[in-house]
Design a protein around this ligand. Structure first.
Ligand SMILES: Nc1ncnc2c1ncn2[C@@H]1O[C@H](COP(=O)(O)OP(=O)(O)OP(=O)(O)O)[C@@H](O)[C@H]1O
Ligand SMILES: [Mg+2]
Length: 256
């Protein structure tokens, strides 16, 4: 069974608003790392929220087509249930973090599942270790850097042990060393069987992906092997959009 199936997905934030996602179809096999790219505002975060069930359950709007996560139609399952299948890390981690310490943040979701105390403690230790943030366990997430906050937000979803991770611009705010660490973590998670969809603008981040998807104004315009699509995309950026570089201060490249 495919980990993710998106079938003719279209979406408007309000029933009368403009269409943000337009007839998108793609599949992700278990264990794949897929990168999603596109200019700012093309709908990447909106698509991530569809994968996590935030759309339509929390944001409403009008969704046509189907999103299946491990065979489960996101329209038919509650977000809390979907979170056991798919861990969504938002572009802005501040929307996700609220506990007084890093370890409380990571323990929150498994505690909510009423798992035994020892099991929660083991999960917290494992997640801190996997992400290399054990030294931050007693720190208040508000006092962390943007990159560290993203790691904690990722830890909070990993604690539910979902088989799929959807990471919306996880490494955009990291320095080169931080980016390398995250890439190693993602490759390691894949080795342990996770399926990962990353939204990134950074060629280095995309390089770990098996496949690359390109969104343009809500349409999926490319889906293929990373090296081939990357070359095509960089040429599009230069020639169609007139961009000199792929990233501009950590954000999507726009015409210069
Ligand atoms: N809650 C919302 N209500 C209405 N429109 C929204 C909402 N969130 C996003 N949009 C609009 O949907 C479009 C796609 O936004 P989205 O955030 O998905 O793009 P993105 O590709 O993630 O951009 P970026 O690279 O800047 O993060 C934009 O035009 C945005 O203004
Ligand atoms: Mg976004």
């Amino acid at each position: 069974m495919d980990a993710i199936v998106v079938d003719r997905l279209s979406y408007r934030y309000q029933a009368v608003g403009r269409e943000i996602l337009k007839n998108i179809s793609f599949k992700v096999a278990p264990g794949e790392i897929v990168a999603l790219v596109g200019l700012s505002g093309c709908g990447k975060s909106t698509l991530c929220m569809c994968l996590g069930g935030i759309i339509p359950h929390y944001l409403g709007g009008m969704l046509d087509g189907q999103v299946l996560i491990n065979g489960k139609d996101t329209k038919e399952y509650r977000v809390a249930r979907l979170a056991l299948e798919v861990g969504l890390v938002f572009q802005d981690p501040d929307t996700q973090l609220f506990a007084p310490t890093v370890e409380d943040e990571i323990a929150f979701a498994p505690e909510n599942l009423c798992l035994p105390v020892e099991e929660v403690a083991t999960r917290v230790d494992n997640v801190l270790d996997t992400l290399g943030i054990t030294s931050l366990r007693k720190t208040n997430p508000n006092h962390l850097s943007g990159g560290q906050k993203h790691l904690v937000a990722m830890g909070a979803v990993l604690a539910l042990e979902p088989s799929i991770l959807v990471l919306d611009e996880l490494i955009a705010q990291l320095d080169p060393a931080g980016k390398r660490i995250i890439n190693e973590i993602l490759v390691d998670l894949r080795r342990r069987g996770k399926t990962i969809l990353i939204v990134e603008h950074d060629p280095e981040a995309v390089s770990i992906a098996d496949r690359m998807l390109v969104l343009e104004e809500g349409r999926l315009i490319k889906d293929g092997e990373t090296a081939t699509v990357l070359e095509w995309w960089e040429s599009m950026l230069r020639h169609k959009y007139g961009c000199k570089s792929w990233t501009i201060s950590g954000h999507a490249a726009g015409p210069e």
